[in-house]
Design a protein around this ligand. Structure first.
Ligand code: TYD
Length: 129
């Protein structure tokens, strides 16, 4: 898990950042989804993936991503569109403190599969052992 800085092409006409799979991030992108219109105080996530890796960007606004590898919990505040958080597989995550009108973009290394989710914290801890 780590924050990665993305290319930022500054321009008087507006700035531009980009990501190519296996270049700025360490996996090929199989899926993209985004989270938006989050009411104040709501929490998303609360699960781990067995295989899926993610890269999370605050395209607009800000939010916190809380990660737990079974030993340590770390909180990352994302608030710039040229930074992202790389989350490997088998990390428990949740997202909270969404600002008004925030937009979270998530790049995923696998297609959606409910079987890949671990939604029970105790099962996550057991699976790690
Ligand atoms: P989920 O990953 O549980 O949301 P959260 O961000 O809170 O962890 O997904 C919520 C619902 O959306 C769930 O029923 C599955 C569905 N979903 C898809 O169908 N495809 C996807 O790519 C994603 C991410 C979710």
């Amino acid at each position: 898990m780590k924050i990665l800085q993305l290319p930022k092409i500054t321009d008087e006409r507006g700035n531009l950042s980009f990501i190519e799979g296996n270049k700025q991030i360490p996996f090929e992108i199989k899926r993209v989804f985004w989270i938006y219109d989050v009411p104040g105080g709501e929490v998303r996530g609360g699960h781990a993936y067995r295989e899926n890796q993610e890269f999370i960007i605050a395209l607009s606004g800000s939010f916190d991503v809380v990660l737990n590898d079974g030993k340590n919990e770390q909180r990352f505040n994302l608030n710039r569109s040229y930074y992202g958080l790389y989350v490997p597989s088998m990390i428990w995550r949740s997202m909270e403190n969404f600002s008004t009108n925030s937009l979270a973009l998530i790049l995923s290394s696998t297609k959606y599969s409910e079987e890949d989710y671990i939604r029970d914290l105790e099962q996550f801890i057991t699976t790690l052992q």
